[in-house]
Write a protein that binds this ligand. Sequence first.
Ligand code: AMP
Length: 288
Amino acid sequence: MIIVESVEEIKKICKASNDGRVIVPTMGALHEGHIALLNKAREFGNVFATLFINPLQFNNLNDFDAYPQTIEKDIDIFDQNEVDVLFMPSTEDILDQKQIQAIDAGPTGDIWEGSFRPGHFNGVLTIVNRLFELIRPSKAIFGLKDIQQICLIYKELSSVHNVQILPVMTQRNSSGLAYSSRNSLMTEDGKRKASIIFKALKSGKEYWRTNRNLENVKGKVIELLNTEPDFEIQYVENEPLSNLMRPGEKDFSDLFGEPNLNYQLIMIAGYIEGIRLIDNIIINSDKY
Ligand code: AMP
């Protein structure tokens, strides 16, 4: 594995062509979710992983300061998972004002997760755009745990950079808790309690399957979440994925590999032991 820290050097390496590079952007503190992305990437070509804790996507300074960092361990994991090039730029280098272009996620960056994290998706898109510009990949892998993120990247960046965006299922531990870098900030007891999130998502999906009644889904999910007094709900949304599209925009069929896509999502955000967790489920697809 080659480790590249400078923008100039990664540009040089990637200048020749955009053939066969698959990018996996991460903020480190790697877990099974990231490893699933790396496994998917390896199916398609040379794996370019990136490790950069993007300050632009944190709307809360304490959250940024507390973000877990396990760089030495991460380097070993990238290496063991056959990453070809690991790009880990310094903040100054990648955010160089003269080079970087700010990307605006538009109105669909201000709903759902975006309404609780103002500017978050602008920050994500600005950095992912910069990484696409420098690495010029033919494919990019992202997780469905951050479903609004992957959809906005698909919408705003995939055609511009001619890069195919590939989704990976949310990876979970045996109790259903979605892996997240932030999980390492919780106690074992907290993680056990956090499994209520997936139980609630599944109960919402099950309720919809048996009753075909969308109106009550949210209530069912909240009812189950409330059985865990230490889970503090920030939001529960039950929305069609198409709400991320403006009139006239193409839908997400290409992204998900399903025609006539009409996905209905449940999304949950909340806190356990002061740690913010998010998760989601698509209630009307067996594929995802
Ligand atoms: P992060 O390092 O948290 O910015 O995440 C990097 C990538 O890993 C993003 O595309 C995330 O959606 C994805 N990811 C994070 N957690 C999971 C998970 N539990 N399952 C699948 N993908 C994930």
